[in-house]
Design a protein around this ligand. Structure first.
Ligand SMILES: *Cc1c(COP(=O)(O)O)cnc(C)c1O
Length: 392
């Protein structure tokens, strides 16, 4: 066992703060990982090539499958999630579709909780019927409904908290049900990040992230990653990774490693800023409801903290367009998880996506506005929101 492997294995028990700060040992003792900006890797002899192709070594061959900068990112995510292995993708959707397609086949049924990320929802509605994979949506907060749907299903797909309305599932209880019926579980953990929630520790089989969000933290890359037991990741490697080809580029792997240095620190500040703003909004006369897991009366069995993405429902007399247009620090845009505050009138976003296109059809109020609270001065952020709410 070489020195870097030894370190990595000890690293499993380390805190997130230490994991993000330390890497493998790189050539020349470089403290920042090199960007291996190369498509292929050459061999010194035919014998070395034969050894590699027969699986005796794991040297990189081609960057569609195993670029060392990307591998370093994958290892870091695996350590943060407490997983045996991880696999990076060119987007969160690449990670989601590759995970599902590595396990589901024609004739299978997938059970999915309501209000998942809208493009995952549309993947289920648009692509999967063409592959003859059936999808059944259930209310993830209703364990009786979940249990009714599970017998005979292939995969239970979760996202906790969900998109748009930020509803939590009780993961230990839902996992126990899935195990009872032998159903594999996959979960989107982009909202909480491994800093605030560790799905594998409560029995989820595969954890999925849009790394474009908090993991990157700088709104400068689109990426995804999946972590879990080796056998699931090997299934992905054998069945989908080389053929779908949704690989992460070395430069983006490097950006993610750099962004992750401050992930634990950023999450603490996002939590503080998000809760501050959410509580203020909950008391505001123009706000009908605040959907933030930190304001829920029930204590979460798995969340160890809260990120700063949540939604509000504005009262009927408030014009959503006027409110959004008046904001100065909260910029209008999709995505979230960066340093900057964002506002997103959900109805507009869902409508532009064509069919299956209204929040009502998605099962939520059309008066929902999503907020991402960034790392700016929190008093200025509140001033921005309360000014915009005046006379909107
Ligand atoms: C953004 C997002 C995704 C998709 O990720 P991309 O990197 O944009 O492909 C998946 N899940 C959730 C919860 C998201 O917010």
């Amino acid at each position: 066992m070489n020195k870097s492997t030894e370190k990595r294995e000890e690293g499993q028990a380390l805190s997130a703060e230490t994991i993000v700060a330390h890497d493998a040992v790189f050539p020349w003792g470089a403290v920042a990982p090199p960007i291996y900006q190369t498509s292929l890797f050459t061999f010194s002899s035919v014998e070395a090539m034969v050894e590699r192709f027969s699986g005796k070594t794991d040297d990189p061959i081609y960057s569609r499958a195993d670029n060392p900068t990307v591998v370093e990112f994958e290892k870091k995510i695996a350590r943060l999630e407490g997983a045996e292995a991880a696999r990076a993708f060119s987007s969160g959707m690449g990670a989601i579709s590759s995970s599902l397609l590595s396990q589901a086949k024609s004739g299978d049924r997938i059970v999915c909780v309501k209000h998942v990320y809208p493009d995952a929802y549309r993947l289920f509605l648009k692509l999967f019927p063409r592959l003859k994979i059936q999808v059944e949506f259930v209310d993830g907060t209703d364990l009786t409904a979940v249990e009714r749907a599970l017998p005979g299903a292939r995969i239970l797909y979760l996202e906790s908290p969900t998109s748009v309305v930020f509803e939590e599932q009780n993961l230990p209880e839902i996992v126990a049900l899935a195990k009872k019926y032998g159903v594999m579980t996959m979960m989107d953990n982009s909202w909480a990040t491994p800093i605030f929630q560790k799905p594998l520790a409560c029995g989820i089989d595969l954890v999925i992230h849009s790394a474009s969000k908090y993991i990157s933290g700088h709104s400068d890359t689109v990426a995804g990653v999946v972590a879990g037991d080796k056998k699931w990741i090997e299934d992905m490697n054998e069945r989908v990774v080389p053929y779908l080809g949704a690989k992460l580029s070395p430069f983006e792997g490097w950006l993610l490693l750099r962004g992750m240095r401050t992930l634990p620190l950023r999450m603490k500040q996002h939590q503080e800023n998000g809760l501050f703003i959410a509580k203020k909004l909950a008391e505001h006369e123009s706000v009908a409801q605040v959907n933030h897991p930190g304001l829920s009366a029930q204590e979460s069995p798995t969340l160890q903290g809260y990120s700063s993405l949540f939604s509000i429902e504005l009262k009927e007399h408030v014009s959503i367009a006027t409110f959004c247009n008046r904001l100065k620090l909260f910029k209008l845009g999709v995505s979230w998880g960066g340093y900057e505050s964002l506002v997103f009138p959900m109805e507009v976003g869902v409508r532009q996506a064509g069919k299956h296109n209204s929040l009502v059809e998605f099962g939520v109020s059309p008066r929902i506005v999503r907020l991402h609270v960034g790392l700016e001065g929190v008093n200025e952020l509140w001033e921005d929101l309360s000014d915009a709410l005046k006379d909107s």
